[in-house]
Design a protein around this ligand. Structure first.
Ligand code: FAD
Ligand code: PYC
Length: 415
C-alpha cells in the first residue's frame, strides 16, 4: 500500500491523479480463515485491525451484508466524548478517545478528529446534581471534565440561548478534548489498513447461518457459500439478535431506530458540540457548514433506517428554543440507523454460550466514540479467548448476575 503524504499529493497532482490505488481490495472469499468478523462497521473493522496490529493475526475475513460503513457507522452524528459515570465505561471510552487523538497518524488516513469540546447542558437541578456527580467520578477516573457556569457556556457558544423559555441553562458538563470525527473516514481508514495487512473485506456477503460442532463454532453460511473458521466475532449492532439466534443463544438487546438530520450549509457559527438532554436535541456544525442535528430513539422496536416523523418536530422545537438563530434554517436530509440497546445502556464485549464465538454489540446510541477502544478490547478477547481489563465488566452474564453498568444518563440521547 502506498502511503498518503504531502509528497504523494504533489506527485499525483503532476500526473492528473491517475496513480492513486484503490484504498482496499475486494477479493472473493477463501474457504477458511483463522478468524471471521461479521459486520464491516467501525467496530468490526477496528476489531480486525487490532487483531492484526496487536496480535499478528491477519488471516482474517470481515463479512459485510451491504457496503462497509453503511450501517450506523456511516449514519451517526460523530460525537466523541468519554464523560461516562461508571469506572468500566470511563476506562473504555477514555481509551477510545485517546486512540482517536492519534488515529489519523496511526492509520495514515485523515479521520478528521476535531477535539473542539463537547458540552452537555444542565437545565434542571436534577441534571446539575447528576453532572456534578459525573465530574467528580471523572476526576477520580483520570478523565478531564469540568462543570461550567451558564456565563462560560455563553462564552463558548454565543448562539446559545441560556434563558430558554422552558428551561434556563444552569451550567454544563464540559469536556474540552471531546469533539467530532469524520464517520466514513473512520471506517475507510480502518478498512484500508486491514486490507494492507492482507485481510479480506468481503462486501455484499450476508451471513445466513452459524455452524458448530461439539459446542465450538466451525464456520458460517453466507450468500457467497460456506466459510470455515476457528474464531467468530459478531459485530452487527442492530442485527445482533438475529446473529445470536443463528448461533443458538439469546441476547438482552432490543433494536430501535435512532435518527438524525442536517441543515443546508451556513457560515461558521458554532465551534463546539452542544447536547441539550432535557429538551432533547443536540447540534454541531460540520466542516461543510451544515448543522448536524440528532433526535431521539423511536419508542417501539423496529428495523427501519428512518425513524418516526414526530421526532423531527420535537427535536427541532427543542433546538429552536436553544438556538433561536436556526429557526428559519432549511433541513436538507433526514435518516436513521438501527441501534442495539441494552437495559443498562452499556455494551457487550463478551464470550457467548457457543465456544470461540464472541459478541460485540449494545453500543446503542453512543458507539461511534467507542470504535477504537472497542476494537482494541474485542481483538484481545478474540485473540486470547478471555477478556482483558477493558472488556471484563461488559460480559453478557452481567444481566443474569445483576451486575449492571448503568449509563442511562451518560448515554445522553432520549430513550
Ligand atoms: P454498524 O456500523 O451498524 O455496523 C454493523 C454492520 O453489520 C452493518 O454494516 C451491517 O450491514 C452488518 N450486518 C448486519 N447483519 C449482517 C449479516 N447477517 N451479515 C453480514 N453483515 C451484517 N455514537 C456516538 O458515539 N456519537 C454520536 O454522535 C452518535 N450519533 C448517532 C446518531 C444516529 C442517527 C445513529 C443511528 C447512531 C449514533 N451513534 C452515535 C451510535 C453509533 O453510530 C453506533 O453505536 C456505532 O456506529 C455502531 O457501530 P457498529 O460497527 O457496531 O455497527
Ligand atoms: O453518545 O454522545 C453520544 C451521542 C450523541 C448523539 C447520539 N449519541
Amino acid at each position: 500500500m502506498k502511503r498518503y503524504s504531502v509528497f504523494a499529493i504533489a506527485r499525483e497532482a503532476m500526473r492528473y491523479h491517475m496513480g492513486w490505488e484503490r484504498a482496499w481490495a475486494s477479493p472473493e472469499p477463501k474457504p477458511a480463515y483463522d478468524a471471521i468478523i461479521v459486520g464491516a462497521g467501525g467496530h468490526g473493522l477496528a476489531t480486525a485491525y487490532y487483531l492484526g496490529k496487536n496480535f499478528g493475526i491477519t488471516n482474517v475475513a470481515i463479512l459485510e451484508k451491504g457496503w462497509l460503513g453503511g450501517g450506523n457507522t456511516g449514519r451517526n452524528t460523530t460525537i466523541i466524548r468519554s464523560n461516562y459515570l461508571q469506572d468500566p465505561s470511563a476506562a473504555i471510552y477514555e481509551k477510545s478517545r485517546s486512540l482517536y487523538e492519534t488515529l489519523s497518524q496511526d492509520l495514515n488516513y485523515n479521520v478528521m478528529f476535531s477535539p473542539r469540546g463537547v458540552m452537555m447542558l444542565a437545565q434542571t437541578h436534577h441534571e446539575v446534581r447528576g453532572y456534578l456527580r459525573t465530574q467528580h467520578a471523572n476526576a477520580l477516573q483520570g478523565v478531564a471534565t469540568e462543570f461550567i457556569t451558564p456565563q462560560r457556556v455563553k462564552e463558548l457558544c454565543p448562539i446559545l440561548n441560556i434563558d430558554g423559555p422552558r428551561y434556563p441553562v444552569l451550567g454544563a458538563l464540559w469536556q474540552a478534548r471531546g469533539g467530532t470525527g469524520r464517520h466514513d473516514a473512520v471506517a475507510w481508514g480502518y478498512a484500508r489498513a486491514c486490507s494492507a495487512m492482507g485481510m479480506h473485506i468481503i462486501q455484499n456477503c450476508e451471513v445466513k447461518g452459524v455452524r458448530s460442532e461439539n459446542g465450538q463454532v466451525t464456520g458460517v453460511d453466507t450468500t457467497k457459500g460456506f466459510i470455515s473458521t476457528k474464531k467468530l466475532g459478531m459485530v452487527v449492532a442492530g442485527h445482533s439478535g438475529q446473529l445470536a439466534e443463528m448461533a443458538g443463544f439469546r441476547l438482552p438487546i432490543e433494536a430501535v431506530a435512532l435518527q438524525a438530520l442536517v441543515s443546508e450549509p451556513i457560515k461558521p457559527c458554532m465551534d463546539v458540540v452542544v447536547m441539550a438532554n432535557t429538551v432533547h436535541g443536540y447540534m454541531s456544525q460540520s466542516d461543510k457548514g451544515e448543522m448536524v442535528i440528532g433526535g431521539g430513539t423511536d419508542g417501539f422496536n423496529n428495523y427501519t433506517q428512518r425513524g418516526s416523523f414526530h421526532h423531527i418536530e420535537e427535536t427541532l422545537r427543542a433546538l429552536v428554543e436553544t438556538f433561536p438563530i436556526i429557526s428559519r434554517l432549511k433541513m436538507l436530509r433526514q435518516w436513521g440507523g438501527i441501534v442495539d440497546m441494552t437495559g443498562d445502556r452499556s455494551p457487550l464485549i463478551s464470550k457467548t454460550p457457543l465456544g470461540n464465538c464472541f459478541i460485540n454489540c449494545g453500543w446503542g446510541t453512543g458507539g461511534f466514540k467507542a470504535i477504537p477502544g472497542s476494537g482494541w478490547a474485542m481483538a484481545e478477547l478474540m485473540a486470547k479467548g478471555e477478556p482483558g481489563p477493558l472488556a471484563e465488566a461488559f460480559n453478557m452474564w452481567r444481566f443474569k448476575d445483576g451486575q449492571f453498568i448503568d449509563e442511562s444518563v451518560a448515554a445522553g440521547v432520549a430513550h
